[in-house]
Design a protein around this ligand. Sequence first.
Ligand SMILES: Cc1cc2nc3c(=O)[nH]c(=O)nc-3n(C[C@H](O)[C@H](O)[C@H](O)COP(=O)(O)OP(=O)(O)OC[C@H]3O[C@@H](n4cnc5c(N)ncnc54)[C@H](O)[C@@H]3O)c2cc1C
Length: 473
Amino acid sequence: MTAPDPARPTTLHSEDHVDHALVWFRRDLRLLENPTWSAATSTASTATALFVLDPALFEAAGHFRQQALVAHLDGLDRMLREYGGRLRIEHGDPVQVVPRVAAELGATVHWNIDTTPYATRRDAAVTSALAAAGAAEPVTHWGTLVHEPGRVLTGKGTLSKVFTPFAKVWDRTDLRPWAEGIGAAEIASEPGEPLPDVAGADDFPGGEVAARARVGDFLDRIDDYLDQRDLPAIDGTSLLSGDLRFGTVSPRELMHVAGDTTDGRRGFVRQLAWRDWYAHLLWQNPGMVRAAIKPDYDKVLWRNDPDEYEAWKRGRTGYPIVDAGMRQLWKTGFMHNRVRMIVGSFLVKDLLIDWRWGERWFRHLLVDADVSQNVGNWQWVAGCGTDAAPYFRVFNPWTQSRKFDPRGEYIRHWVPELAELTGDAVHEPAKAAPLDLAAGGVTLGDTYPHPIVDHAFARDRVLTAYKTALGKI
Ligand SMILES: Cc1cc2nc3c(=O)[nH]c(=O)nc-3n(C[C@H](O)[C@H](O)[C@H](O)COP(=O)(O)OP(=O)(O)OC[C@H]3O[C@@H](n4cnc5c(N)ncnc54)[C@H](O)[C@@H]3O)c2cc1C
């Protein structure tokens, strides 16, 4: 077999190369701790690293996710250059692109499995197209979760519907061995098409090297994780969800480096179990993307008021903690977990808007948007998922605000028109004394909205709506 010349783009033909692995990268944008890359580079004499930029997915992503993707792909390309290769970018529908490139190279295709229904359908279509073209069956691995679906089961051999028993089994389940290291295959150096131009992508620290630096930063703080993880004003959490989503860090490696020597470390690893659990649930129950896991909850008569939805999306509800979260999301593509729960509860329970509308907005904007995690958490918030918050648990946004942002720092940062309010007024301006509002330069209904709904009234309303749906009244 002729080795490709790394200095020149190559076109390889199946008759020349029978030992070529085409690694289709998707949610695993790293070379280290990546079982697919390890297996492919260890078993083939040449490996091509491919990313297919699917316009349908790219255009559905908000600016910050596009930015992160481009930066991570650039990081993967930099890493490949260190091994003498390049990341080959192709634009188009993977169902056409992957078989075309595989035929061009005479390669066997490898990928890490993704649990979403969209990915499952797409991968089945790619597999059929490869078979129709007479190509070898793709080789698949699990490289994006700690444990793959089907490995963490109850004594009855089923996936637990309750998280705590799942987490207990998850914790003591042996890791299925992964292929490790990077093999000796020559890495193809055809770069393919250019990456899209996304403003700010050059400044985003993308790729696995940057991700490892973020892991290092977090390890300096991890022991305080349990004490700080609910305080949105500080960086008390790992901020690694984007890296987990794009696969620039391996969840298994993260679990190993975190270890279990302190409560903070154990608390953090437990969150990785939540991540696996939602992925396993979706794998087993793809319909949960559209339908409530508990079907009666689909009988709730949502109000779905478009103006209120718009106010929620833009952070103009008159509830400062909600508005702060929605503006953080809009301006950065991230929102703190505690605040995700607060804004989620507010949308579903206070505004009586279908949880799927909230899931849609989050899926568009979040850098870490991941259908399994997003749908699982939205169903948790709405009470309709498995082991979800009970339907009668309605977060009080005022109480949550005082408890988790006691000094109002998070609110002042994201809702600057309230920054000059002192004391408690920042949490609930509608109850503040007129003099305090004036001193802070706030005119309700002008510089900042009145609350769009009365919480006590909304609480009664949603409880009636849920009880009616569940046949409890
Ligand atoms: C309504 C709603 C929607 C959400 N949508 C997403 C989403 O699309 N993608 C996503 O990754 N997370 C989602 N989450 C979960 C959680 O908010 C984020 O994972 C977390 O805020 C990310 O910050 P971090 O990496 O600093 O988290 P850390 O607290 O440091 O947690 C470490 C990792 O554990 C996992 N994790 C943490 N909390 C959860 C959780 N509640 N459920 C599942 N996994 C968790 C994440 O992978 C996270 O990166 C959602 C939560 C809610 C309430």
